[in-house]
Design a protein around this ligand. Structure first.
Ligand SMILES: [Zn+2]
Length: 369
């Protein structure tokens, strides 16, 4: 499984030959293995002419014979010419895609580490708390707190119900409430200690209202700010259910982050400072090595031209290169060449699904200066 150190190693790697980077979403159980393999072959077709045939063959071999189809996603990097091969099974969902560049295309993985790297799910009720620390969708550590039993205190002499209906809260239910509140405060303290030790980036609270809200209130402010959502669950909910429900919340947070990134690009571009939109302007910024974060719609492709001499990419036909006077060759996909250029220059690439603005303009970027 994938670890943070793997990301650092991948980020530092640079090859003299093109590296084939492949991401495949494999779950959960939406399609058969053969359907995934078919989707993979379709994707690899897009890399024909860019990727080395031996890398394509290595990837197909991996999915045919080695991969056990566990997890929710797979990331594979191959540069057979340099003997470079890495494959990671991921317990979190990833968008499928193929990229060819002299550096591994790591941004989807970096995004996964940000989004799913380390999060704590706290299952809470009026007596106890279960703490489940996940890393990249896998359970890492679990702990718990069990408080005093919130039992039904005897309601007066030989009575069987009815006591609570007489105006005001009966003493018995007030005592129950006190025990529950103390348990919740203790559970919050146990959570704080756990967080000091394990330092999760995010918190999700699971349980029933109003206990969830009371527990949240009992947390220190710094931890409250890390709470990204809650869902209702039983104290004995099985771990796969807790994992799935929390992944839904994390996915929503990730979508919101991407939407905010797109907004930032358009705002910067509108101000004419720190941002560009549209392919022509984005290609110009890329040529100057100014792209910090490229935002591109999934499946955006445009034919274009590339200077034989200085590698300038454009979507306009020009007789000679405005930068060096060199000659142009036609390339099948200027958008793909742009992604490669940004990756090789050390910029981030974020592929965005279903955002109306990016769908309209195709690409945009935040600039370094
Ligand atoms: Zn040129």
């Amino acid at each position: 499984m994938f670890k943070q150190e793997d990301l650092r190693e991948l980020a530092a790697y640079r090859a003299q030959a093109p590296i084939l980077s492949v991401y495949l979403n494999v779950g959960p159980a939406e399609r058969t293995t053969d359907e995934y393999k078919l989707a993979l072959r379709e994707m690899l077709k897009q890399a024909e002419g860019f990727a080395a045939p031996e890398d394509m063959a290595a990837v197909e071999r991996f999915f045919d014979h080695e991969y056990d189809w566990s997890g929710r996603g797979v990331a594979v990097f191959s540069c057979a010419k340099e003997g470079f091969w890495r494959a990671y099974s991921l317990a979190v969902p990833v968008a499928s895609g193929v990229t060819v560049a002299r550096k591994p295309y790591i941004w989807p993985l970096a995004t996964l580490v940000d989004a799913y790297g380390s999060y704590l799910v706290v299952l809470i009720d009026r007596q106890e708390a279960r703490l489940l620390l996940f890393g990249m969708g896998e359970l890492q550590v679990s702990d718990g707190y069990v408080g005093e039993e919130v039992r039904k205190f005897k309601r007066g002499r030989g009575s069987s119900g009815g006591a609570g209906r007489r105006g005001g809260a009966p003493i018995s239910s007030r005592r129950e409430e006190e025990v529950a509140q103390r348990n919740i405060r203790e559970a919050a303290r146990a959570t704080e200690r756990f967080c000091q030790q394990h330092k999760p980036q995010r918190l999700i609270i699971a349980g029933a209202e109003p206990t969830v809200a009371q527990f949240r209130e009992a947390l220190p402010k710094a931890l409250q700010r890390k709470v990204i959502g809650s869902f209702s669950a039983d104290m004995n909910a099985p771990e796969p259910e807790i994992r799935e429900r929390s992944l839904e919340i994390l996915q929503r947070v990730e979508e919101e982050r991407k939407a905010a990134l797109v907004e930032a690009v358009f705002t910067a571009a509108a101000k004419g400072r720190g941002g560009v939109i549209r392919l022509a302007d984005t290609l110009g910024a890329a040529h100057e090595g100014r792209i910090q974060t490229l935002v591109i719609a999934r499946d955006y492709h445009r034919p274009g031209y590339q200077c034989r001499n200085c590698a300038y990419i454009t979507d306009q036909f020009l007789e000679i290169c405005p930068f060096c006077g060199g000659e142009f060759v036609e390339i099948p996909d200027a958008a793909e060449a742009l992604v490669t250029k940004v990756i090789e220059d050390g910029g981030k690439v974020e592929v965005v699904d279903d955002h109306p603005k990016i769908a309209e303009f195709g690409v945009g970027a935040l600039l370094r200066y």
